[in-house]
Design a protein around this ligand. Structure first.
Ligand code: NDP
Length: 496
């Protein structure tokens, strides 16, 4: 059961404190939690870095990060001063074992001052290549041992492929127990993503039709208008399949396709999700072209602005074979979903920034209306909108007013903003609070990550061995390559 407020004293140790993720996501989320009184009264953010930056320089750096990235904008001065009072910079060289003992002593000083054990959260916002070293350092200094009060948070991507995931994970699991490990997929912290479960399992009307008898196919879209920005170096080695599909899109698939949990608790929900991944039909190497499409953006226009091709971005190979777009067709081989295609797509520099899941229902079994009524013009769909709108839309047929019998698709809309009239917390706020109260429901268990890697590996391998002959193959500002449209068109479907 989730507590609303982390009530125990908490020492939050942030490795990679000078990095982009800390600046854009972690610290703004912690500050918003502070404003909402979701941080415990006794809380310290220990910002670990290898530079000599002092507390004041760090606070100034974070001020800008909060002003630009918090959902509330510039911090109110008094609250900011109070929050800064809880930040301490600690200089640590992660390759020096004695520095971990130094960290341990710093933690003990707070606990002595507070008169008891605190929750200790180690958050690794560093390159994944350091995860093993930091885990070993913490382990050797005896900082991982209090299983009930020590947690480790690691960012995605966990590895670059199945082998590297296993290596990193084995290292983490040598030092920490699974219940101490919180693997972030920030998509799972989004309100609308969590609401998929509420919609499906807190209402009696959806579950009876949520299966192969009524659902024709499902599309999951996570589209961005942005390019790679300053992260070309990272993206060049990742690509859309690793960066988005292996984690976010497969997690969305799990939420849509999973069986009802017995209880809303971490293990039960994660069991049901991993069942979905185990049921996904593997894609043999020689059929990759029939089940996956890839793209890379050429120059183009988005909202009146001209965009350079991916290959011209900073830190990107001018002959790059990295995909900035990926689409998959998957089948979930179980009683509920047999033969229902799930189409997944994601990409950069697309026509719109949209994240949504569309459930397309089967056509009516018998057409009682004359063809002139236009019954088959468009099918009934349920759309779960995650961004930019947050809501649920049911598109269904209605009669147009007038003496003629004409049917038209209309929308029944539910909007979170209108219904709840409140700002929703950012995904990182939800996830950080959950870490502090020890609730792992929205985090990925090792078997989930492993199953997701297994699923995408044949595609990654085939794509790496066979550079795309047609890259770049879609103009920035469009909906991606033709091959992705063909992927669904071959089944008589479309992305809409
Ligand atoms: P940055 O490169 O911006 O920051 C990396 C941080 O790690 C810096 O604080 C850096 O310190 C520190 N670091 C790097 N090398 C060493 C080293 N050898 N010893 C000690 N510290 C080191 O990366 P990001 O913040 O973008 O990413 C951090 C993690 O989060 C990565 O795992 C990334 O994949 C993941 N992530 C990032 C996202 C983002 O939007 N940025 C989104 C999702 C995941 P220094 O300043 O001294 O170099």
């Amino acid at each position: 059961m989730k507590a609303a407020i982390a009530s125990s004293d908490t020492l939050f140790v942030l490795f990679g404190a000078s990095g982009d993720l800390a600046w854009r996501m972690v610290v703004p989320a912690l500050f918003d939690l502070y404003l909402d009184k979701h941080l415990p009264e006794r809380f310290r953010l220990l910002a670990v870095g290898r530079s000599d930056a002092g507390d004041a320089a760090l606070a100034e750096h974070y001020f800008k990060g909060v002003a630009e990235n918090s959902r509330r904008g510039a911090p109110p001065p008094d609250a900011w001063q109070a929050f800064c009072g809880m930040i301490r910079h600690i200089r640590i060289d992660v390759s020096a074992p004695e520095d971990f003992s130094k960290l341990g002593k710093a933690l003990e000083i707070y606990e002595t001052e507070w008169g008891g054990k605190a929750e200790r959260v180690f958050y690794l916002a560093t390159p994944p290549s350091l995860f093993e070293r930091i885990a070993l350092g913490l382990g050797a200094a005896g900082l991982s041992q209090d299983r009930d009060h020590v947690r480790m948070v690691v960012e995605k991507p966990l590895g670059n492929d199945l082998d590297s995931f296993r290596r990193i994970n084995d290292a983490l699991c040598r030092i920490f127990e699974e219940r101490q490990l919180f693997r972030i997929d920030h998509y799972l912290g989004k309100e609308t993503v969590q609401n998929i479960l509420a919609m499906r399992f807190a209402n009696p009307i959806f579950e009876p039709i949520w299966n192969r008898r009524y659902v024709d196919h499902v599309t999951i879209t996570v589209a961005e208008t942005l390019g790679v920005g300053k992260r070309g170096g990272y993206y060049e080695h990742a690509g859309a399949l690793r960066d988005m599909v292996q984690n976010h899109l497969l997690q969305l698939l799990c939420l849509v396709a999973m069986e009802p949990p017995v209880a809303y608790d971490a293990d039960d929900i994660r069991d049901k999700k991993v069942d979905v991944l185990h049921a996904v039909r593997p894609i043999p190497r020689d059929t990759v072209d029939s089940f996956a499409a890839r793209g890379q953006y050429a120059e183009g226009w988005i909202q009146g602005a001209k965009l350079a091709p991916y290959r011209d971005e900073a830190d990107v190979d001018p002959h790059s074979n990295t995909e900035t777009y990926a689409a998959l067709k998957l089948y979930v081989d179980n009683w509920r979903w047999q033969d229902v295609p799930f189409y997944l797509r994601t990409g950069k520099c697309l026509a719109a920034s949209v994240s949504e899941i569309s459930i397309r229902f089967r056509d009516v079994p018998h057409r009682a209306f004359p063809a002139s009524a236009g019954l088959n013009a468009q099918p009934t769909r349920l759309i779960i909108q995650m961004s930019p709108e947050q809501g649920i839309v049911l598109k269904f047929m209605a009669k147009e007013p007038g003496s003629q019998l004409r049917l038209r698709l209309v929308d029944m809309r539910f909007s979170y903003m209108e219904a709840f009239k409140t700002d929703t917390p950012a995904a990182y706020e939800t996830l950080l609070r959950d870490v502090m109260v020890g609730d792992a429901t929205l985090f990925m268990r090792a078997d989930q990550v492993e199953a997701a890697w297994k699923l995408v590996m044949p595609i990654l391998d085939v794509w790496a061995e066979n550079p795309a002959a047609d890259f770049p193959n879609y103009a920035a500002g469009t909906w991606g390559p033709e091959s992705a449209d063909l992927l669904v068109a071959r089944d008589g479907n479309s992305w809409l």
